[in-house]
Unconditional design. Structure first.
Length: 132
């Protein structure tokens, strides 16, 4: 009788307690395994995205460096052009000033020659005491 009660108790406990508990533990293990797999998948995805981001960042840095070098070269060319233009303008201004000074010198030389001729005539008239 005790053996029968024991077997009956085992059957009842098996159906009411052990099977549901085992099913609950199996579900819990399955959720845990699923969560671990999702975690590994997400880590792999993050790693791929990080590599892609690093590649894009490297490419952006290269493009920025190329743009900086191009802008520097363009600025140097512009500087050379402006210096050449300023040099040409200075040369033109110098030529104009030289021309003006030359014209003024010629004008003053002519005026001084005529003044010297008149002065010479006046000195000669005073020395001779008569008009020439």
């Amino acid at each position: 009788m005790q053996a029968g009660n024991f077997v009956l108790l085992i059957i009842i406990l098996q159906r009411l307690l052990y099977r549901p508990l085992q099913a609950l533990l199996d579900q819990r293990q399955a959720r845990k395994d699923n969560a671990e797999q999702r975690s590994r998948d997400l880590e792999a995805q993050i790693s791929e995205q990080q590599q892609a981001f690093d590649a894009q960042l490297s490419q952006a840095r290269q493009q920025a460096q190329q743009a900086r070098l191009a802008a520097l070269e363009q600025a140097q060319q512009e500087e050379a052009r402006l210096l050449e233009q300023a040099h040409d303008q200075a040369a033109q201004t110098l030529a104009q000033v030289r021309q003006k000074v030359g014209d003024q010198v010629d004008s003053e030389v002519g005026r001084l020659q005529s003044l010297a001729a008149r002065l010479g005539d006046e000195v000669a008239e005073r020395l001779l005491g008569r008009p020439l």
